[in-house]
Design a protein around this ligand. Sequence first.
Ligand code: DLZ
Length: 156
Amino acid sequence: MAGVLKSVSKKSKLNLSKTKFAIVVAEWNDDITEPLFQGAHQALLALGAKKSNIIRKNVPGSFELPLAAQWMAERKDTDAVICLGCVIQGDTPHFDYVCQGVTYGIMKVNLKYGKPVAFGVVTTLNKKQALERAGGKLGNKGEEAALTVVKMLEIK
Ligand code: DLZ
């Protein structure tokens, strides 16, 4: 959080009143992804975005984030996309495959559409670590993701 906050003031240099944001939220681990959404949504509003310019789409799990992000990014009226998910390590290598697929998929959408697509996916070893990053002692990664796309729009 600190690094992002240093480079994006709470009042963005941009007028965000006409900027259109899509937030894609994974339903898997929704006790984590819901606070991530709240963090991202509130951050966008605090930075000057209009509520009516923020759309939300839910997907079943984090693995579905890249495709939904692509559907959002290909819309001409979308300026930036925020992907929110939570993948918690289990007893099998499934965690690694999901994390790898999501990371690569989201990165590809960034480059394909030239629009900021934030990776707001918490990847942790356990639920405690996830809670710490969803409004707990380590901040809110959803808020960070929102600040990140605004920073990228400022750079552009
Ligand atoms: C199947 C699965 C598992 C085991 N764990 C998670 C998780 O920790 N976080 C998450 O977002 N999704 C998980 N999923 C669901 C996959 O992301 C995906 O929805 C399914 O494999 C169907 O494509």
